[in-house]
Write a protein that binds this ligand. Structure first.
Ligand code: PMT
Length: 398
């Protein structure tokens, strides 16, 4: 698996001769599977054109903070939210100084301030500017704010000097970017997530199912893996790619899903049930296609086993987190499920609204535990998944 598969990398380019190397960096990040968008400062555009970066990245290049066209397409807040990682390469001494004092005086500094993603910078400048105490103080301050500083290389510089301040080769920067997604607070935690719908066969060609796309469960798998957890995703039939560093087990029916979960649950610390598991399955499955006749037919349905309730009832059960898909009285029905199924947390979503819940890119949820009710407003499922992983980490004291 490519180390940056489907990761959204916002590449910031500030003004310095090393800006020409950023063109190669775009390509190398893409080779590792990343989707790259570029933000250039005014200084950067004196060294390399936005057109070059646009052609290489395959996306429009962003240069202006106060540009109505740019804001209408993908404004600074959307860019900040889109990024999984903001990588500034090269980061000039001036850019570092502005970032260090929290300036928001151009698009790149503003995005860095607004993003909740990790920010990594690759300083590149003349060796005397690098060694200057002001630059070193600024870098030390940025490190205390969680910004990763990629050490520059040492060698001959464009100005003729020799010393530290060279932007490292693309390979080093790609490695540093990939490392930003490794480690994390959930290192060592083993997580099982169910996702997607189940299909309950009626005969060899027909089945009962639902509208779950798997997006919510897959987004959670991605964010748990990013936080360092070892993730097994037990998935019903969906057409989504497996997130990086996630082990997927494909199943079809509710019974398959139950078996796959029980087979692995003994080694699990956190179980999250985001799947829309069928509550009923045909009592009998016809061996051959049921022929159409003149009369109505009736299907006898049997209850499926409640997977999450089964897990929560195990003697040594993992921390158990469910979802509640409700169309009305969302909070009270969800709270009832929390108690009745013996869960540690339930995440309630209102699936009567087609903009959230089933098969949408967004969701809005209420996180309910025995002593907390917290609403998270409508947002993209990947961003929401990041917040949910925070809540779950907090629940288990990490
Ligand atoms: O997949 P998407 O298109 O992204 O949509 C996301 C989602 C709406 C499917 C997801 O956010 C969600 O709400 N999943 C749970 C759907 C559901 O079946 O809810 P429920 O209220 O019927 O069930 C409550 C809990 O019991 C759920 O955690 C469910 O996974 C679990 N369950 C239900 C039945 C069953 N036989 N076994 C179970 O484990």
């Amino acid at each position: 698996m490519k180390r940056l598969f489907k990761k959204h990398i916002l590449l910031g380019v500030s003004g310095g001769i090393a800006a020409y190397k950023s063109a190669d960096l775009v390509r190398r990040l893409q080779d590792e599977g990343a989707i790259v968008r570029v933000v250039m400062t005014q200084g950067a555009q004196a060294f390399i054109t936005p057109l070059t970066m646009q052609a290489l990245s395959g996306n429009p290049v962003h240069t202006e903070l106060l540009d109505t066209n740019a804001e209408a397409a993908m404004g600074h807040i959307e860019l900040a939210r889109w990024a999984d990682l903001v990588l500034v390469a090269p980061a000039s001494a001036n850019f570092i100084a502005r970032l260090s004092r929290g300036a928001a005086d151009d698009l790149l500094t503003t995005v860095c301030l607004a993003t909740r993603a990790k920010v990594a910078i690759s300083p590149a400048m003349n060796q005397a500017m690098w060694s200057n105490q002001a630059t070193q103080d600024n870098l030390a301050h940025l490190k205390t704010k969680g910004i990763q500083v990629i050490e520059p290389g040492v060698g001959s510089q464009a100005c003729g000097d020799v010393g530290p301040g060279r932007m490292p080769d693309s390979e080093v920067l790609v490695n540093a970017a990939a490392n930003c997604f490794e480690g994390g607070r959930l290192l060592g935690q083993r997580v099982i997530i169910t996702a997607g719908p189940t299909r309950e066969a009626i005969d060899p060609v027909r089945y009962i199912s639902n509208h779950s796309s798997g997006k919510m469960g897959y987004a959670l798998a991605e964010k748990f893996a990013e936080a360092g957890a070892q993730v097994t995703l037990i998935s019903g039939p969906v057409s989504l790619d497996v997130p990086a560093k996630v082990d997927r087990v494909s199943v079809i029916s509710a019974k398959d899903m139950l078996d796959a979960v029980l087979e692995r649950i003994a080694d699990c610390d956190i179980f999250v049930s985001a799947a829309a598991v069928a509550d009923y399955t045909p009592s009998e499955v016809a061996n051959q296609k049921i022929k159409k006749s003149e009369t109505d037919i009736r299907l006898a349905l049997a209850k499926t086993t409640d997977i999450i309730a089964t897990v929560a009832a195990l003697k040594n059960h993992p921390v158990t987190i469910g979802f509640a898909a409700e169309t009305n009285d969302v909070i009270s029905y969800a709270t009832d499920k929390l108690v009745r199924k013996g869960l540690d947390m339930i995440i309630a979503n209102d699936v009567s609204d087609s903009c959230i819940g089933f098969n949408s890119d967004d969701n809005a949820v209420t996180v309910i535990t025995k002593d907390q009710v917290k609403h998270i407003g409508q947002t993209n499922k990947r961003l929401l998944a990041g917040e949910l992983v925070e809540h779950i980490s907090h629940l288990i004291g990490l």
